[in-house]
Design a protein around this ligand. Structure first.
Ligand SMILES: [Zn+2]
Ligand SMILES: [Zn+2]
Length: 342
């Protein structure tokens, strides 16, 4: 099968032929139809510190995908050949405290597809059955491949009660835009999106965000003050993983508001806790991944309601062999979601 692998500790990737993988007794073999590029894949492509400290080579990378089951392992009873599935990328151990108390998504010994084990930038992929989501027939493989990041947006907003609230989301990459769409769908008074890329700002606007601020062009604090008439925001969602942005984001929050942290910071962060959290009695939530399977039900239900259409958030499609172009576009942080059709 054709596959995109990482086999050298250098920038780049290798498009190559691999044998179709053998399906383990608890796994599914999936014919991949669509696979989306995630920030993690960019790290792997660049071979930065994040990637080199975690990954053993060679690795078949890529983890956000959807496809059709072509074979099932001998212990698998809940899936059959022909099922359409999307992948939950966090593989839980099944035994730890979290796994046995409904918190598999923060499993103590979690492994991640396409990071700790082979992924899905390939014609076929092995998916542990425990991580397979049966995709509703009304959802295409392309959109199915983006349910995983869409789920992060859904999970982030589920920590709060956005109805009637002033919501601000820092970051207009795909997850940021998903979060903005979910906030708006949930009845927010208005939603503000912030980014530094004019393409991403334009996409947020196109997807219905009420106020889009390009932080390169305007003073975000001044604009938030203007838009909220000095009230501040009720809910902040932080997706950039940039500590300056975190401090600025916190300043927009009203006293007693909610701040949801999703973006990953590199290293420890200096944060003015006294003024931004303690004196404000701010509620701070950390969010990672998606609750299995609560978030998936919500995410799919939102799409099936027909009230929002996330298809336009996918701005580019590529063939796997054009991976250099696709990953370079992804790292430019100017596009929406980028999907390989396989
Ligand atoms: Zn991902
Ligand atoms: Zn576990």
């Amino acid at each position: 099968m054709k596959a995109l692998i990482k086999d050298r500790p250098l920038r780049g990737g290798t498009y190559t032929d691999l044998p179709i993988p053998k399906v383990g007794e608890n796994d599914l073999l999936v014919k991949v139809h669509a696979a989306a590029i995630c920030g993690t894949d960019i790290h792997i492509y660049q071979w930065n510190e994040y990637a080199s400290s975690r990954i053993k080579l060679p690795l078949l990378f890529g983890h956000e995908y959807a496809g059709e089951v072509v074979e099932t392992g001998k212990n698998v009873t809940s899936f059959k050949k022909g099922d359409r599935v999307a992948a939950e990328t966090h593989v839980p151990c099944g035994h730890c405290f979290q796994c046995t108390t409904g918190l598999q998504h923060i499993c103590k010994d979690m492994r991640i597809l396409g990071v700790h084990m082979d992924g899905a930038f390939s014609e076929y992929a092995v998916l542990p059955a425990v991580c397979a989501w049966k995709l509703d027939p009304a959802i295409s493989y392309e959109v199915g491949s983006t349910l995983e990041p869409f789920g992060i947006g859904v999970h982030a907003l589920s920590k709060t009660k956005p109805a009637g609230k002033k919501v601000i989301v820092f970051g207009c990459g795909p997850i940021g835009i998903y979060a903005q769409m979910v906030a708006k769908l949930s009845g927010a008074e208005f939603v503000v999106g912030v980014d530094v890329s004019k393409e991403r700002c334009a996409l947020a606007k196109q997807m219905g965000t009420d106020v889009v601020l390009n932080a390169k062009e305007v003073n975000v604090l001044d604009e938030v003050n203007r838009v909220t008439k000095g009230f501040g925001t009720d809910i902040v969602v932080e997706l950039t993983g940039n500590k300056e942005v975190l401090n600025e984001a916190s300043k927009t929050l009203r006293r007693g508001g909610d701040i949801v942290l999703v973006g990953l910071f590199s290293g420890p962060v200096e944060w003015d806790l006294v003024n931004n959290v303690i004196y404000k009695e701010a509620n701070v939530y950390g969010v990672t991944g998606r609750i299995m399977w609560d978030t998936w039900w919500l995410a799919q239900g939102i799409l099936l309601s027909g009230k929002i259409d996330i298809r336009p958030v996918i701005t580019h499609y590529f063939d796997l062999k054009d991976f250099d172009k696709a990953l370079q576009l992804a790292e430019s942080a100017t596009a929406g979601k980028i999907v390989f059709r396989i």
